[in-house]
Design a protein. Structure first.
Length: 90
């Protein structure tokens, strides 16, 4: 199960990825200093996981190209007579 999608556009910049990791690890240290080791372990685990996903194994894929729009031949044939009639009217 993947909790962080490294291909999301938010994680494109290095400073964003480093900030997420630093905040998680910093919050874990803050919790340990404050005397609450349970939340400290959870925050450090989140920091370790984010470090692994966003820095250690980060390999972004290029964005996918938009799907090409294909015009049906039926629709194109129906539009031609209407356009030709407009040209004759001018």
């Amino acid at each position: 199960m993947q909790l962080i999608d490294p291909n999301h556009p938010t994680y494109r910049h290095l400073w964003v990825r480093v900030a997420i990791v630093a905040v998680c690890l910093g919050w874990g240290i803050f919790e340990f200093i404050g005397g609450d080791p349970f939340w400290g372990v959870l925050a450090l685990a989140a920091g370790a996981y984010s470090f692994y996903m966003l820095i250690w194994t980060f390999d972004p894929k290029p964005p996918e190209a938009a799907a090409r729009v294909v015009v049906d031949d039926d629709e194109e044939d129906e539009e031609k007579p209407a356009i030709e009639e407009e040209k004759k009217a001018d």
